[in-house]
Design a protein around this ligand. Structure first.
Ligand code: BTN
Length: 311
């Protein structure tokens, strides 16, 4: 289902999520007829939302769970300058694939579950109902060399939204050493005009398969946070930090990232598309690369081997 920022259905939802109102009042606010309001209300009902009418007013009940319009409302509120459209699926193969197929930027793709969720390095991402699975297609106005920073900023945005969360470079978010969020960013389109496809998967209350229980967990095992709260906080952080990144304030973001990142000072094994590097993760460079044994690594899969005391 597609929800555009300017659509009447969404505008009616937005008004009713704040207070109850009559069809006439809503119509006046939006400059549409009462029957157009009535049609929009019926569409909201078709999508499973409970809108009661008392004769005088429409009342939206149960507005706290994440329904498609709530996903859109949070998205447009938090990412106003960067997203104009939300595409919501009960289930799809992978929101990253949907974003690439659509080929347009400024869209957020959201799925309740995925049948072929993709992880980094060709891995599978378990995506059963109860988690958050979404992809932002962004129009990057940054230099090519700056693009990896978007992924770092996304990891920071998730880590700051969840209590006690830490980042394993480049952007795995962990609680007590177990992964609760993964980020897969892909560059898509022509070289001169690339689009960033930024996919974020967060385990909230989805079941974790037994074979992954040693390395992964759901946030619900540690904290009582709803999907709505987490989605809202992550998007609020990302909206703020992405804007700062575009305004050239990386050095402050780098410091924030370092505060949350557990990788620095560890002996690591980093697997890139070309090689495997084992050494001490010394720092995060001004360019956003991990410095391992004096070398800059921009992307890869990282395993923490042990702590190492840097002199
Ligand atoms: C990782 O391997 O850590 C990255 C996992 C990324 C998963 C998310 S879920 C939403 C989006 N759609 C996908 O198929 N993958 C990403």
């Amino acid at each position: 289902m597609r929800i555009k920022k300017q659509s009447t259905d969404y505008q009616v939802y937005k008004i009713l999520s704040e207070k109850q109102m009559s069809g006439e009042e809503i119509g006046k606010m939006l400059g549409i007829t009462r029957s157009a309001v009535w049609k929009a209300v019926n569409k909201l009902r078709d999508y499973g939302l409970k809108v009661e009418s008392t004769g005088r007013s429409y009342i939206l009940v149960d507005k706290d769970e994440l329904n498609p319009f709530e996903v859109a409302d949070i998205t447009f509120k938090r990412l106003d300058d960067h997203i104009d459209e939300v595409i919501y699926y009960e289930t799809t193969d992978s929101t990253n694939e949907r974003a690439k197929e659509y080929g347009k930027s400024k869209v957020l793709f959201f799925a309740e579950s995925q049948t072929a969720g993709k992880g980094r390095l060709g891995r599978k991402w378990e995506s059963q109902k109860g988690g958050l699975y979404f992809t932002l297609s962004l129009d990057p106005t940054l230099e090519y060399s700056e693009l990896p920073k978007i992924t770092l900023v996304a990891g920071l945005s998730v880590a700051e939204a969840i209590p006690k969360a830490k980042i394993k470079w480049p952007n795995d978010v962990l609680i007590r050493g177990k992964k609760v969020c993964g980020i897969l960013s892909e560059l898509y389109g022509e070289m001169e005009n690339p689009m960033i496809v930024l996919g974020i998967g967060i385990n909230v209350s989805n079941p974790i398969p037994d074979e992954l229980k040693d390395v992964a967990a759901s946030i619900g095992e540690f904290f009582d946070l709803s999907r709505r709260e987490i989605f809202d906080l992550v998007l609020a952080n990302f909206g703020k930090y992405y804007q700062r990144l575009l305004e050239g304030e990386w050095s402050d973001l780098r410091k924030k990232f370092l505060k949350k990142c557990e990788t620095i000072g560890k002996v690591v094994k980093v697997t890139t598309s070309a090689e495997e590097i084992i050494g001490v993760a010394e720092d995060l460079s001004e360019n956003g690369a991990l410095i391992v044994n004096g070398r800059e690594v921009y992307a890869g899969d990282c395993i923490h081997l042990r702590n190492f005391k840097i002199q």
